[in-house]
Design a protein around this ligand. Structure first.
Ligand SMILES: Cc1cc2nc3c(=O)[nH]c(=O)nc-3n(C[C@H](O)[C@H](O)[C@H](O)COP(=O)(O)OP(=O)(O)OC[C@H]3O[C@@H](n4cnc5c(N)ncnc54)[C@H](O)[C@@H]3O)c2cc1C
Length: 446
């Protein structure tokens, strides 16, 4: 998309939704920039997820302000291919300077001058700033519970595609966030025997009183919360846009035929052990669900909204047998389990970023994406500035803040005092078109 460059003011690494949003805002601020993407625009939506995945939020919500999904009903949930096509169209609409198929392999401070040297699969670029938009969900995380050589197929949810690709036999899905519940549901519907290991979770209603959960998060100020509730930072959220969208109800999944078990604890000689916490985890999930209904009812009453009541939303299914008499140990061979799918989250990988922007535990050190290393920015991380930060709609607003910060810094750097202005004027008057001896940082890559 862009001719070869060896220097640029700002480099954006990654062209997922974060990189595309960043490019739009940098363009608006007139910041010369380049986006390098090792694969294709929105690659993770294309190939990093299972075949049937749809967005978790409806298309009226899960989009950027500048473009709608005009081929879909606003309340529909876009397929992952449609989401990827959306970001590709968005990048085209704003003429984003994206180069695909180029990997950034190393970023380090330029020796003896401001800025960074960036090693890519196609050569070295000198830049003043780097925005890291490589995503928070990079390296699949599998807890070291079962040795790899066990006679089992073990995959991460990132590598699951569809039921047909799994070996015959039962499946244990570990993790009951959005990925785990959707994959378990799909496998059970495809005729597999499924065990689902359920840890602590939130399971908000898909919709309540004619409004989607994304709407409730918005009007209740939840998307804008700046810090996670203490103690709930790592609690997963189970929501689903599958089959038109529905509330995740673990008791309904059990009624359907899935066997629920507690948190996966340990493994020894073919037997996997689960915590005795299933009932507690479901109860905490119910509390979260009911708290959302209460907050919604309260909001409706306070604002006198005319939204129909929905008393049936408060009716809970009875506990299934697997909750009343939980399985605490499962002999995998006896149960016919041939596959374990770990829907246990992701880690980020910044091994290529050799800068001073990390805390002692290796986490990015930043304030609203502006890192502790001047010139390095992070975008797309969970809770970067607020709850919405790692989601489609939220990242766009964080990108605007970072672009503003970059524009302000460039302004400072373009300042010249009277003597510099005078010297510059003299040079211009007697100029034969030659460049000044010492160019200012902000001029270098314009
Ligand atoms: C299963 C799943 C479902 C999700 N569903 C939703 C949803 O419905 N709605 C929602 O709002 N959010 C959803 N999310 C969360 C989030 O929106 C996505 O993870 C999204 O892909 C994050 O976008 P991103 O641009 O931050 O990162 P990514 O999409 O991961 O993009 C980063 C890009 O950087 C590139 N890259 C990485 N390293 C380099 C390098 N060294 N050099 C060059 N390029 C590099 C990658 O190829 C990639 O294209 C979901 C997440 C997961 C895991």
């Amino acid at each position: 998309m862009t001719a070869d460059v060896t220097s640029i003011d700002t480099l954006v690494v990654g062209a997922g939704q974060a990189g595309v949003a960043m490019s739009e805002h940098l363009g608006r601020q007139g910041v010369p920039h380049l986006v390098l993407e090792r694969a294709r625009i929105a690659e993770r939506w294309r190939t990093g997820r299972w075949d049937s995945l749809v967005a978790n939020g409806p298309v009226w919500h899960d989009r950027f302000p500048g473009l709608e999904f005009d081929d879909l009903d606003p309340d529909a949930f876009a397929s992952k291919e449609r989401v990827a096509a959306y970001f590709e169209a968005y990048a085209t609409k704003f003429n984003a300077p994206i180069r695909t198929g180029v990997e950034v392999r190393r970023v380090e401070r330029a020796p003896g001058r401001p800025g960074f040297m960036v090693e890519t699969s196609e050569g070295v670029i000198e830049v003043n700033r780097v925005v890291v938009a490589t995503g928070a969900f990079q390296r699949p995380l599998i807890p070291p519970i079962i040795p790899k050589d066990a006679t089992l197929t073990q995959i991460h949810s990132a590598d699951y595609r569809n039921p047909r690709e799994l070996p015959d036999g039962a499946v244990l899905v570990v993790g009951a966030g959005s990925s785990g519940v959707q994959i378990a549901d799909e496998l059970q519907r495809a005729g597999k025997t499924v065990y689902l290991s359920v840890g602590p979770h939130d399971r908000p209603p898909r919709a309540y009183r004619h409004r989607d959960y994304c709407w409730w998060l918005g009007v209740l100020g939840e998307w804008d919360k700046e810090v996670a509730t203490p103690g709930r930072e790592h609690v997963t959220i189970a929501v689903s846009g599958a089959r038109g969208g529905h509330t995740v109800d673990f008791r309904a999944l059990a009624q359907q035929g899935i066997t629920l078990v507690g948190l996966t604890k340990s493994f020894e000689r073919g037997v996997i052990a689960f915590e005795a916490d299933l009932a507690d985890n479901l109860a905490r999930g119910d509390e979260n669900y009911l708290a959302v209904l209460d907050a919604a009812d309260d909001y409706i009453a306070r604002n006198g909204l005319d939204l129909p009541e929905e008393p049936e939303a408060r009716r809970m299914l009875p506990d299934p047998d697997c909750v009343i008499h939980p399985i605490l140990e499962l002999d995998l061979a006896q149960a016919g389990v041939t596959t374990i799918i770990w829907a246990t989250g992701y880690l980020a990988d910044y091994s290529w970023l050799k800068v001073n922007a990390f805390s002692a535990n290796g986490k990015p050190q930043h304030q609203r994406g502006v890192s502790s290393e001047p010139g390095i920015y992070f975008l797309g991380l969970p809770w970067l500035s607020r709850r919405g930060s790692s989601f489609i709609w939220g990242v766009w607003h964080d990108a605007r803040h970072i672009a503003d910060h970059i524009a302000i810094q460039r302004n400072y750097l373009s300042y010249r005092d009277a003597s510099q202005r005078h010297a510059n004027d003299c040079r211009t008057q007697g100029s034969d078109g030659a460049q000044p001896d010492s160019r200012h940082l902000a001029d270098l890559f314009d």
